[in-house]
Design a protein around this ligand. Structure first.
Ligand SMILES: [Zn+2]
Length: 217
């Protein structure tokens, strides 16, 4: 069984997740966006052996703690292939805009769309969902029925498409064609806000509904 621990980080209230394989107590992090100390103490408190770090995308509030965590736990860090250029560009990763200082994250390993990985004994598939950023992706734990949706799909909302590389039309297509095809009872853990599930978003998300109708946004 898998246990998901949510750690609220950064001024942007980003959800960082510690995903734990309960039998082995190995685990991995999704989106350590800031507050490295808080994340590290959560890892220690849970007694988890960290095996990897996965990024849903390269915006500052999803990756800023990676360097400090990597100092303590030198584990591999992954993102979707197209997102490496977001991580390595201070204009697109938004550090220049929000920190008034250029910051880049390098040494991240690329994951192709549809790639299946087994991390800490947990199997998951990479689903490339561009629209919020060029190489944004979701991580689908198909055996557990869990999706980490980053800033693509939120509870009754969707990601902002106004930042560099964003596109409302592309985001809508990603949600319709890649996420609303998953089983309706898939639990969705988003990059901000409360968890949700695919079925209720298909019916009640005011931005992208399953019949293809999107409201005027
Ligand atoms: Zn973002």
């Amino acid at each position: 069984m898998v246990r998901v621990v949510k750690i609220l980080v950064s001024l942007f209230q980003t959800n960082c997740y510690l995903v734990i394989h309960e039998e082995t107590n190995e685990g991995f992090l999704i989106d350590p966006g800031d507050y490295a100390d808080v994340i590290l103490s959560a890892v220690e408190k849970e007694g988890v052996t960290l095996t990897g770090i996965y990024l849903t995308h390269g915006h500052l509030d999803h990756m800023r703690a990676v360097e400090r965590i990597r100092l303590k736990y030198p584990v591999p860090v992954y993102a979707q292939s197209y997102e490496l250029e977001v991580l390595e560009n201070p204009e697109i990763n938004l550090t220049r805009m929000f920190l008034r200082k250029d910051y880049v994250l390098t040494g991240v390993l690329p994951l192709a769309d549809e790639r299946e990985v087994c991390e800490a004994g947990i199997r998951m598939r990479v689903i490339h969902t561009p629209g919020h950023t060029k190489g944004g992706c979701c991580y689908y734990l198909f055996e557990e029925g869990i999706l980490f949706s980053g800033d693509t799909l939120f509870y009754r909302s969707v990601g902002n498409t106004a930042f560099p590389g964003g596109s409302a039309a592309v985001l809508e297509r990603s949600i319709l064609e890649r996420l609303y095809v998953l089983p309706e009872n898939t639990v969705v853990y988003p990059g901000h806000g409360e968890p949700t599930d695919i079925g209720s978003e298909m019916r009640e998300n005011p931005f992208v509904t399953a019949d293809g109708g999107s409201s005027d946004w």
